[in-house]
Design a protein around this ligand. Sequence first.
Ligand code: ATP
Length: 197
Amino acid sequence: MNKKYKITLEGNIGSGKTTLANALFEKMDADYLILEEFEKNPYLSLLYEKADVAFETEMFFLVSRYSQLKNDNQDGLIISDYDMFKNLVFAETTIKNKEELKKFKSIYNILNIKSARSDLIVYLDTSVDTVVNRIKKRNRSMEIKLDKNYLANLNKNYKKYLKDMDNVILIDANEFNVFDEKQLDNLVNKIKKYMEV
Ligand SMILES: Nc1ncnc2c1ncn2[C@@H]1O[C@H](COP(=O)(O)OP(=O)(O)OP(=O)(O)O)[C@@H](O)[C@H]1O
């Protein structure tokens, strides 16, 4: 692929973004794969233990994702397991202090992240029960403390942002089996059709 085309995957924690990003990268013979580096964030485990570090957690993610954007202006097909609007979804969910949230959003706007718009967002729509099961199965120790309420709020805030977007393919990820070749092929065909328009 000559021209730059960026496809990002979004959805709740454990909805299957990284797994699908890897699968699409292979299947679509893409040029770049950009994956979230969540394990580098020193605040995340503290946040899950209910420490008052929401602003620090979200700022760290914002800066870390922003620094990955330097890989973002090359020609070719880019697949990423997150979109930059994720920063806003999570900040609204975790930062309870209104002044801090305002500050976060103003920094986000100064960075002018809108210019890093994806050509296509594939949203993995999941129920809270589905992600709870997948999170349990993958068994990352710090995620044991995640509660259903938090996951439900994330779903709600994702939906709030998605309703104003016009570049989204939404898939029912409760039913979607990324390990089934036929289902993956169907999704790739749907994406290719979208790319042609
Ligand atoms: N379609 C699927 N059906 C069943 N299990 C899945 C599916 N997709 C992913 N999984 C499994 O669910 C778990 C979570 O998937 P993954 O790590 O890709 O989610 P994620 O959305 O990237 O999570 P996070 O946002 O926390 O990084 C993994 O153990 C993965 O193997």
